[in-house]
Design a binder for this molecule. Structure first.
Ligand code: 1CP
Length: 354
């Protein structure tokens, strides 16, 4: 089934005709849909309040808390889609990898994966390992009604960057050393991660997610030839594993201007673009048949209402000729962003495109 087929044999879901899903399918829309990567989280005082005293990973395993945090930006900003509150390292934690999300740092892995023996620690993920995800999505879809829920996962390369480095990195020297120096181990690691990621996305779709996004946030560190040889096959395997559900699949990375064509080839229906490439240029790089998502620079939100409107207008102008545009930032909302600036931005995009 392709994303353009209405599901048969079952009533169409309440979200099917939403502006967001229509844009992902490149159909006419009542207005340009808007959501923000990292729309749930530290920019919201109501988030900071409910997270008080609860460690990040633990918050991802409590269905009522996940439901509340996921709904907060939908209530406050009137965005066109919710994104499931979790983190890309949750499936790794679920298979028993000793890792934590440290405040102010990010994911830290106790014993980095560097050898073939380390690879054996990455067992299969089963739906039972993440039963709290199924439960939370059940609660969420009831609350969300006609607002679609986006499920997500980290792409094999970005997950590998944390596993091999042991934490956040600027250079990815250990991960790239494995990629260049032991291509067989690297390929096996990425293939293993593709299997885990595929199951994690399947669980979210079967529980009721209306779309999925694969975050390959750090793929922009790679040259196109290396991406094609050493990363694309694993990401393509993930897109393939969820193709049969007919839900839109979004593929996102930062600094990936030179990779946009290859990211399109990997198989997604929608390609995310950061602020470095105009959308009318990006559409030529990505190739035909795909919607685009993006691409306001998240730092623009610090510049005051007039500047935000002017820069948002530039994004809309660059998207004028596209079939299928989902308005988003070029990367996640920064924690110190004024939430009111986000609410005004949603209003502005809706009003300009209605
Ligand atoms: O205590 C806290 O609030 C910790 C901050 C935090 C939050 C709110 C982390 C740690 N993760 C999250 C949630 C999260 N992670 C979401 C929420 C859903 C939403 O968008 O509203 C999402 C989509 C993610 C995905 C994620 N985690 C990515 C891909 C997206 C991106 O921004 O590129 C990445 C790279 C991570 C790793 C991670 N987790 C947390 C941090 C601070 C980081 C980045 C660390 C680094 O710089 O390498």
């Amino acid at each position: 089934m392709s994303v353009n087929d209405r599901p048969t044999g079952q009533p169409p879901s309440a979200t099917y005709d939403s502006a967001f899903l229509r844009a992902c399918r490149r159909e006419p829309v009542p207005h340009t849909p808007v959501w923000f990567m990292r729309q749930a989280g530290r920019s919201l005082p109501e988030y900071r309040k409910v997270r008080e005293g609860v460690p990040m990973l633990e918050s991802c395993m409590r269905p009522e808390l996940v439901t509340e945090i996921t709904l907060q930006p939908v209530r406050r900003h009137g965005v066109d889609a919710a994104i499931y509150f979790s983190d890309i390292v949750v499936p790794l934690k679920a298979i028993g990898i000793d890792l934590d999300i440290k405040p102010g740092v990010g994911p830290v892995v106790e014993q980095p994966v560097r050898t073939r023996a380390d690879l054996a620690r990455l067992r299969d993920l089963t739906p039972e390992d993440v039963s709290y995800v199924t439960e939370a999505i059940g609660l969420l879809t009831r609350e969300l009604g006609a607002t679609p829920l986006i499920g997500f996962a980290g792409a094999p390369f970005t997950l590998a960057s944390y596993l091999v480095e042991g934490g956040p990195s600027r250079t990815y020297e250990n991960a790239k050393a494995m990629m260049y120096g032991d291509p067989e181990l690297w390929a096996d690691l990425l293939d293993r991660l593709a299997e885990i990621t595929s199951v994690f996305l399947q669980v979210q779709i079967e529980a009721g997610a209306s779309a999925v996004q694969l975050f390959d946030s750090w793929a922009g560190a790679l040259a196109p030839a290396d991406y094609r040889r050493s990363v694309l096959p694993a990401s393509a395997k993930v897109f393939d594993a969820v193709a049969g559900y007919g839900v839109p699949r979004i593929h996102f990375g930062v600094g990936t201007g030179e990779l946009l064509g290859l990211m399109g080839e990997a198989g997604a229906d929608v390609v995310g673009v950061d602020w470095r490439v105009r959308l009318d240029d990006a559409v030529r790089r990505v190739g035909p048949g795909k919607a685009l998502q993006g691409n306001l620079d998240p730092t623009v939100l610090f510049a005051g209402p007039d500047a935000v409107r002017a820069k948002a207008r530039e994004v809309l102008d660059s998207a004028a000729g596209l079939e299928g545009h989902v308005f988003n930032l070029g990367h996640g909302v920064m924690p110190s962003t004024d939430p009111d600036a986000l609410t005004r931005l949603v209003e502005y995009v809706h009003e300009q495109t209605a």
